[in-house]
Write a protein that binds this ligand. Structure first.
Ligand code: LLP
Length: 386
């Protein structure tokens, strides 16, 4: 299947009620193939798709068919993955606040391992596993105290963030795990943040892990799995120029700088880079409103369908797919009763009129999954492919 321009989808879109998400499955297939062609070169490398980015069944199934496992952060995500064909033993489960029922569900299903974020959590998993007569495989999420060049709300690997266990406590928690008969220590987990485009951030993580491995070896501790999380960013400004992220640079950084030990496995948890460019939020212009100093395009999607601009000031390219008229400057806003319900300010669009279809691009990751029903709105529907 070949990729199609959104303009060419206009006829089909006209028949659908807006707003909705559209996922370009041809681009997704291309993206998955690009990832596989980099990772298949390496033995012992494993891909877990970060389901939080997009959990739409049609999208999940394609990712599963490409041979990915998944990275879940809730019982709900584990259920969705199982329903969509992911084998339980390729699911890893992270999150700072796992509830008892979620731990039980994960143990019952037989997931690959838990990414454990604190000693109290470890103790609860041990207790539940013991009661269920099981042994839980656990990795510890270590906070590497490595900064990342990204939005402050989406860095996770700094000492000040709530995530993970500090480097200073690492050996202590492993020793505790070794004493617990219902726990089996299988690895270390890291994740420094999201929407990272500078490869030296990932390189810094590699060096940090190399140092930690030396420390662990001195203690006689061997580690089966190293999980480096996700974080690779996408080009929000130029989705058409860079529809497929630079996986070569990303994976080569790990191949070059991370010193894996013989037989050690390396796990990745990419989310945004897999699905981000494949999705667009398709909306319709309801009104063009001329205010004193500004001209507003009011569309029928809002922060309820795509929260990122309101929450992080995130930029998403806005495209009028119905008009080719002379460009004008608009603020593109939603209908929600919040001043932050703005998609783009001072946006150059072809002259826009009521009824025009507008695509908000690069919305495949953290778009539909973060939608809400504020103002009693319906959750957006999703369509794929042709
Ligand atoms: N692994 C862990 C442990 C994570 O916390 C995350 C994302 C990922 C993997 C996947 O990261 P990615 O490859 O997608 O960067 N809602 C925000 C992003 C939050 C990311 C949370 N964790 C946004 O819209 O930008």
């Amino acid at each position: 299947m070949a990729r199609r321009l959104l303009q060419d989808m206009k006829e089909r879109f006209e028949r659908l009620r807006t707003p909705f998400y559209y996922y370009d499955t041809a681009l997704l297939a291309e993206t998955l193939a690009a990832i596989k062609s980099e990772t298949d070169k390496h033995e012992g490398w494993h891909l877990h798709y970060a389901v939080k980015a997009c959990a739409t069944p049609q999208v999940l199934r394609l990712i599963q068919q490409a041979g990915f496992g998944c990275d879940c952060v809730s019982g709900g995500e584990i259920k969705v993955c199982l329903e969509n064909g992911f084998p339980a033993d390729e699911i890893v489960f992270a999150g700072v606040g796992k509830a008892d029922w979620e731990i039980e569900l994960a143990l019952e299903a037989g997931i690959q391992y838990f990414n454990v974020e604190s000693i109290p959590e470890l103790e609860v998993i041990a207790e539940i596993a013991k009661r269920m007569n099981k042994v839980a495989d656990v990795s510890f999420r270590i906070n590497p105290d490595v900064g990342a060049h990204t939005h402050a709300n989406i860095t996770t690997g700094l000492a000040e963030n709530k995530f993970g266990i500090s480097v200073d406590d690492m050996i202590h928690v492993i020793r505790i795990a070794e004493q617990l008969p219902s726990i089996h220590f299988v690895g270390l987990h890291f994740h420094i943040g999201s929407q990272i485009l500078q490869m030296d951030d990932f390189e810094a993580l590699c060096h940090r892990i190399n140092d930690l491995q030396v420390l662990l070896e001195a203690e006689g501790i061997s580690v089966k799995n190293i999980n480096v999380g996700g974080g690779l960013g996408i080009d929000y400004e130029n989705p058409d120029e860079h529809p497929v992220p630079d996986f070569k640079a990303y994976f080569e950084t790990y191949a070059k700088h991370l010193q894996l030990r013989p037989g050690q496995h390396l796990h990745f948890e990419l989310g945004r880079a897999v699905v981000g460019q494949c999705g667009s939020l398709i909306t319709r212009c309801l009104y063009v409103k001329q205010a004193k100093e500004r001209q507003f395009v009011i569309v029928d999607a809002g922060m309820t369908e795509l929260l990122r601009p309101a929450l992080y000031g995130a930029l998403h390219k806005v495209q009028n797919i119905s008009s080719l008229s002379t460009p004008q400057t608009y603020d593109v806003v939603g209908p929600i009763c919040e001043s932050s319900d703005i998609f783009a300010k001072d946006c150059l669009l072809p002259e826009t009129k009521r009824g025009d279809l507008i695509a908000i691009r690069s919305a495949g990751a953290y778009g539909e999954t973060m939608a809400s029903q504020y103002n009693c709105r319906e959750l957006p529907k999703a369509y794929t492919g042709e």
